[in-house]
Design a protein around this ligand. Structure first.
Ligand code: PEP
Length: 252
């Protein structure tokens, strides 16, 4: 079985102007040339054209942080998959806990988005994760399994083997409180086991499962070395070139 390529994906959230985005990508691209990880930056919609242009010829891939599932129409303020694909976007983050919490996104919506992203020839990064209360009440596994089960409804084995899942415990996002390597590994292994149940072992071995939640230059190496963790979705630490570089080059 071929080894899964580690992914270091930065999620900028609502940070950086288009000008700052271009400066950042220009600064990052030479530094990460030839590294072993796949490097992705998820930038705000308005930063995408400049970021794609700046990343041309480098090994940095550009992601969006959200998308609408409909192809076009009366959806004021929304952006379609075709629009993102046309700009040169490779990945789209869906189901981030901030979108679930502040914008009312449901598992069913995330499933529709995953379908539309794959149909457009891009790759979804599907986020899941429990609240602190859910963890304390011992329902983390059930909750995450349900989120992923619905998100993957109707997707083929081939599609699931190519997409990316990010396990992000909500209590660890932006709090500086990282899950322990063992806590993160445990849930990533549960997700891989679920994929094996829904599809088969071969698919489960190919799907990349990231950990997200206060990943930084100091903890990336240990987290990414766990058997079922294939890299990280990184918020705060992806906004500074030196910190993100250390995460990308965690193995050097
Ligand atoms: C995130 O935005 O997905 C995230 C994990 O943020 P942070 O790394 O800042 O916790």
């Amino acid at each position: 079985m071929a080894k899964r390529t580690i992914m270091a994906a930065g999620n900028w959230k609502m940070n950086k102007t288009p000008t700052e985005a271009v400066e950042f990508i220009n600064g990052l691209k030479d530094i990460v040339t030839g590294c072993n990880s796949e490097v992705v930056t998820a930038v705000p919609f308005v930063c995408i054209p400049g970021a794609v242009e700046a990343a041309k010829g480098s090994n940095i891939k550009i992601a969006a942080q959200n998308v609408h599932w409909e192809a076009s129409g009366a959806y004021t303020g929304e952006v379609s998959c075709e629009m993102l694909k046309d700009l040169g976007v490779d990945y789209v983050i869906i189901g981030h806990s901030e979108r679930r919490e502040y914008f009312g996104e449901t598992n069913e919506m995330i499933n529709k988005k995953a379908r539309a992203i794959l149909d457009a020839g891009m790759i979804p990064i599907i986020c899941c994760g429990e609240t602190l209360t859910q963890r304390e009440q011992g329902v983390t596994a059930e909750h995450v399994r349900y989120q992923i089960k619905v998100a993957l409804l109707g997707l083929s084995a081939q599609e699931v083997s190519e997409l990316v899942i990010a396990y992000e415990p909500i209590w660890a996002i932006g709090t500086g409180k990282t899950a322990t390597d063992e806590q993160a590994e445990e849930v990533c292994a549960i997700i891989r086991q679920l994929i094996a149940e829904l599809y088969d072992n071969d698919v489960a071995e190919k799907t990349r499962i990231l950990y997200g939640g206060s990943v930084n230059a100091g903890n990336a190496k240990a987290l990414f070395s766990m058997p079922n963790i294939d890299g990280g979705l990184v918020g705060g630490a992806s906004l500074k070139i030196d910190a993100f570089e250390k995460i990308v080059k965690h193995d050097q």
